[in-house]
Design a binder for this molecule. Structure first.
Ligand SMILES: [Zn+2]
Ligand SMILES: [Zn+2]
Ligand SMILES: [Zn+2]
Length: 256
């Protein structure tokens, strides 16, 4: 299993349009963050978590050759803004692609992309099958080749999903984690979770809150994602992290 971070930034990306702050002006590539998404390769299968407004460029940059399934964490635009750009994969693979999400998120996607789902006969629209999943039951893909455990987390007041595959878990836009979900996160080798910046936010964990979450879950290695430009320069703020926690950066790949 290989995970490639396609984007590690918060909803506006970093740099933020027009911002003159040191992070947005930094020439260090580690300070440039597209919207948050990951590519998971398991055997010959290729999964994408979330389809951001940067999806097209992310697929080109990482040279993602095919997509077998998409997992969506929630309906905010920084996580579903790239759906239309699935089309090159439809054309090349000559098939529609399954998108897995909880029922509320499927409904929001249908609302946001009515031209895709209202069964018009316009040729060339994206071919996507929305597959609603139960928030707490594992589901399997590709004739049971891959089993995925959804992990309910709270994005402020909004219940959203992370996903666990084997010893790897991917959570984003986390503010708090219900007790029952901590039970589902035991024995991880790799945890990916979000840390927005250092100051309080109503729907995202701060750096200190994210460190506390990571230390409680106690994966062998934790990677933070969904950082804003207020987090600070990568070269400086990385030094504040405990030994088994680090900031992910765009195009970082890890094997497990
Ligand atoms: Zn987000
Ligand atoms: Zn900035
Ligand atoms: Zn969000």
């Amino acid at each position: 299993m290989k995970i490639t971070f396609l984007g590690t930034g918060t909803s506006q990306g970093v740099p933020v349009i027009g911002c003159q702050c040191p992070v947005c002006q930094s020439t260090n590539p580690l300070d440039n963050r597209l919207r948050v998404s990951s590519w998971i390769e398991i055997g010959d299968k290729s999964l994408i978590i979330d389809m951001t407004p940067d999806f097209r460029y992310q697929m080109l940059r990482a040279r993602v050759p095919r997509i077998d399934a998409v997992l969506i964490t929630h309906e905010h635009r920084d996580h579903i803004g790239g759906l239309d750009d699935i089309r090159p994969y439809n054309f090349r693979q000559e098939q529609s692609i399954n998108i897995y999400a909880q029922q509320r998120v499927c409904d929001e996607i249908v609302q946001a992309y009515q031209y895709i789902f209202k069964k018009s006969d316009y040729p060339g629209i994206p071919q996507l099958n929305l597959v609603p999943i139960a928030e707490n039951l594992p589901f399997s893909l590709f004739d049971n080749q891959i089993t995925i455990q959804p992990i309910p987390v709270m994005h402020g007041k909004l219940p959203i999903l992370g996903y666990r595959i084997g010893d790897f878990a991917y959570l984003t836009d986390v503010k708090t984690i219900p007790e029952s979900s901590f039970e589902l996160l035991k024995g991880l080798k790799v945890l990916v979770t979000s840390a927005l910046h250092q100051i309080e936010h109503h729907s995202h964990a701060t750096l200190d809150e994210a460190i506390a979450i990571a230390q409680r879950i106690n994966a062998k290695q934790t990677y933070f994602i969904h950082m804003s430009h207020y987090m600070g320069l990568h070269s400086e703020v990385s030094r504040q992290l405990p030994a088994n926690i680090q900031f992910a950066y765009d195009m970082l790949s890890i094997g497990l």
